[in-house]
Each structure stands twice: as C-alpha cells, then as structure tokens.
Design a protein around this ligand. Structure first.
Ligand code: F6P
Length: 364
C-alpha cells in the first residue's frame, strides 16, 4: 500500500485547539523526512475542501509553529459538505455536495487525507471514508470527550489555564470572603471542570454527568463557613445540569452541524449560591481563553505523537481509522466506532470518588 502514497492532504476542522499546529508539523515532517511525500493543506476545514483552497505544506511552512496556538490551516465549525446550506426562493435548503470534495482531492493528486477534528469534523471524515476516500482521523477537542482514546490534545492546556484561573480566583475569594464561581467549557462532558477543580483546589465541582441540587452545594459552602472557611471556590462546566434538567444556552449557530452554544450557568449559580449560602458571590466565564494560546509541553508531545502516528497509519494503509492513545501506547480505532459516542466522566470513577472522599461537593 505504502508505495502508492505520494501525496497527502491535511485539514483542521471544528473549534481551534492548542496542539493543532504541532500535529500539522509532525505529520508534515514525518511525511517529508521519513517517507519523501508531498503534503498540501486545505484551508478553513471543509470550506477549503469545497472551494479547493489548497496550500503547499513543505518544511518551511511548518517551521516555528510548534508553540503557536490555533491552526495555520485555519478552521471552521460549519460547512458540512454532506448537508451544505443554499438559499433558494428565500429558504435555506441543504444539499449533499460531498462529491465536490472528492473531486478536489482527486484534482490535486492527493492519495490520502489526514483530517484533524472533533466529533463533527470526524463524522464527515467517516462519511468520506465510506465514499472511498483514504482518510485517517486525528482526535481534537479540549473537552476530552471523544470516544476510543484516553486523551485528546488540547485538554491538558485547557486544564492548566483553568487551574491557573482558580489560583487567581482563590486570592480574591479569601481576601473578600466570597464565593467565586468559575465557568469552564465542556458541553457534554465535565472533564475540564473535574480535572481543573481537583488541580485548583475547588470546594465544589458541577459537571453534566452528575445533575446537581443547588441546595446541596449551598449546604457544603455553609458548612465550610461554620468551620471558619468563609470563602468557597466552585467550578462549573458550561453543560452542567440541574436535577430538573435545566441547561443554559447562550446562542444558536444555525449553520453549524452542532448549533447549540452553552454559557451563562456560572452567573446563575453564583446568584443562587449568594442567596442560599449568605455570602457574596462572583462569576467568571473562562471562555475561549482556555482554548487559545500556546499548548503545554504535554499537549505538544501528544500532538506530535498523533501527527506522526497519522502518517504511519496512512503508510500502512489503515484507512477509515482514527489515531488513539491507550494508556501510553499510540493505537487506532475505526472511525465507525468513534463517531456519535460521547466519552463522559463516569460518576463512579476513581477521580470523582477520590474528590468526594476528600469533601469536594458535586451537588448530586
Ligand atoms: O467543543 C469544543 C468547545 O470548545 C466547547 O467546549 C464549547 O462549548 C464550544 O466548543 C464553543 O464553540 P464556539 O467556539 O463556536 O463558541
């Protein structure tokens, strides 16, 4: 199989994520220096595949990008070519234009595609694999919620940024006897909230997998107050749900394959806790700060391993798969088995049980 591969294409889709550039760099360097391949990139995710927006990726193009956040190929979390929006008679109609992408791949003489993205991007990656395109996926999301891999790149950076934010919020909390609430990302999974909460010494952690009763969080804060600790730190995932199932939608992005954007739960939780616990409260939304900027060294290493392993999968002809990390081993799993399965926090897992054992309240 490997002798037939002469040229590969790379694409980044979905929200940006620390580590995208190191993946691109590792893939390009491995492809060129180990296998003598030619490499090109499609700009702006599937938008570039549709419009044939291609750039050459040689060694110079990836020089110096290792520590830089974002992606030199730009990204888009819209542009699903299997359901692409067109305006017709004042109405939006969705058409399958995926064949345009197949044509553009052929037109550029590309033998295989490395598609870097989260569930939405890799869903189209799987669908292109089903159409016969030679695809290898690389798992990207700060949320760490993609199935079949232990860790996605970007997660470690997000957790580090959130932990530092918690350290800073601690000083204000302690100086003013306040409840400080930090809202972090995590639409369907509480990995960032859980890890940052443990690393940053939170008193309460609220995650989507453990629906909360706000009274229980308030009671835990009141108990601390009675013990003389007159401040508390609360981390809440944007997708945390109350026991009645309430979530907080900040906007709907109509032309996105996953249109719901969450946000705002932190302010609501702060107001409720101020009223119930009798301490002044403030909310901070960390937002895209946790997704931007330079990757941690751990993420740089993981991204580099993913990028290099993606080229190895291409060269061994293992198409239709996503590169994975299992324990400390690089491996792979069929995209068919990855897509549509959210990897949430198991409420019985060691981290949650340990946190509960040392008095961190989840409100469940
Ligand atoms: O899935 C990654 C993610 O960062 C989520 O944690 C967050 O809900 C979402 O993307 C934000 O998307 P956008 O950049 O479109 O606001």
């Amino acid at each position: 199989m490997s002798e037939k591969i002469k040229k590969i294409g790379i694409m980044t889709g979905g929200g940006d994520c620390p580590g995208l550039n190191p993946v691109i760099r590792a893939a390009v360097r491995t492809a060129i220096l180990k296998y003598g391949l030619e490499v090109v990139g499609f700009m702006h995710g599937y938008n570039g595949l549709y419009h044939n927006n291609v750039v050459p990726l040689d060694l110079d193009a990836v020089s110096g990008i290792l520590p830089i956040g974002g992606t030199i190929l730009n990204s888009s979390n819209k542009d699903n070519l299997f359901a692409y929006p067109f305006e017709e008679d004042g109405k939006t109609v969705y058409k399958d234009v995926s064949d345009v992408g197949v044509e553009n791949i052929k037109k550029n003489g590309i033998d295989a595609m490395i598609i870097i993205g989260g569930d939405g991007t890799l869903t189209s990656g799987r669908d292109y694999a089903r159409k016969g395109v030679r695809v290898v996926g690389v798992p990207k999301t700060i949320d760490n919620d993609l199935a079949c891999t232990d860790y996605t790149f970007g997660f470690d950076t997000a957790v580090s940024v959130a932990s530092e934010a918690l350290d800073r919020l601690h000083t204000t909390a302690a100086s003013h006897n306040r409840i400080m609430v930090l809202e972090v990302m995590g639409r369907y999974a509480g990995w960032i909230a859980l890890a940052a909460g443990i690393s940053g010494g939170a008193d309460a952690i609220m995650i989507p997998e453990l629906p909360y009763d706000i009274n229980k969080i308030a009671d835990a804060i009141k108990e601390r107050k009675e013990r003389g600790r007159k401040f508390s730190i609360v981390v809440v995932a944007e997708g945390a749900k109350s026991k009645s199932g309430e979530i907080h939608v900040s906007r709907v992005v109509d032309d996105s394959p996953d249109p719901i954007r969450l946000g705002g739960i932190g302010a609501v939780v702060a107001d409720e806790l101020e009223r119930l616990a009798g301490l002044e409260a403030r909310a901070t939304i960390l937002g895209h700060i946790q997704r931007g900027g330079t990757p941690t060294s751990r993420d740089r290493i993981l991204s580099t391993r993913y990028g290099s392993a993606a080229v190895e999968l291409v060269m061994s002809g293992k198409f239709g798969n996503m590169v994975t990390l299992k324990g400390d081993e690089m491996s792979y799993e069929s995209l068919e088995d990855v897509i549509g399965k959210n990897k949430g926090v198991d409420p019985d897992c060691e981290l949650v049980q340990m946190a509960k054992g040392m008095g961190i309240c989840f409100g469940d």
